[in-house]
Write a protein that binds this ligand. Structure first.
Ligand SMILES: [Zn+2]
Length: 173
């Protein structure tokens, strides 16, 4: 299993996505680090998501996770739909937080959001909390962190910044 970097060390592991001195992504970084992968089940984000962008360093782990979820769903698209895993809410996105110093893990291409409508920011009762075994645990087994339980204590109720839609291959700190 890959040991994922801490958020503070994301740049060392995933590279620097910033274009020199500007609040936009470096196209060179994007071309050399981001690849597009096809999910094993149907997903949509307004339109069908045939492929989505992710950092090449965590692409295999992402596919392993989605394949495990697909297996847990009994390879049944209706179950995936019930779980909200077909409601894709974004992966790679260059969106500086508080200027250029802090980039969201989405800017490194190592984070994904699913089913934002039922797993909203600051919602301490995210829908995915009811799918720990089916969806969350397989992600944690790959060393990832789920935003619905940042501290990993098994509860979303104690999270001040719960982000239940959010799954990232970067550790806290
Ligand atoms: Zn997110």
């Amino acid at each position: 299993m890959t040991t994922w970097p801490k958020q503070s060390g994301a740049e060392f592991f995933y590279g620097n996505p910033r274009r020199h001195g500007a609040a936009v992504v470096s196209q060179d970084w994007y071309r050399s680090h981001i690849i597009h992968i096809a999910p094993p089940f149907f997903m949509r984000m307004i339109k069908p998501v045939v492929k989505f962008p992710i950092h090449r360093a965590c692409a295999a782990a992402t596919l392993e996770w989605l394949n495990e979820v697909w297996k847990n769903a009994g390879y049944d698209q209706r179950v995936i739909d019930d779980w909200g895993m077909s409601v894709f809410s974004g992966s790679y996105c260059f969106r500086p937080m508080r200027g250029l110093q802090h980039l969201s893990m989405h800017a490194y291409g190592c984070a994904m959001d699913f089913d934002a409508p039922r797993n909203g920011l600051h919602d301490q009762t995210p829908h995915f909390a009811t799918l720990r075994q089916e969806v969350v645990e397989p992600f944690l087994k790959l060393g990832g962190v789920w935003g619905g339980d940042w501290n990993g204590d098994g509860s979303s109720a104690d999270e001040r910044r719960a982000d239940g839609m959010h799954f990232q291959f970067a550790l806290l700190g």
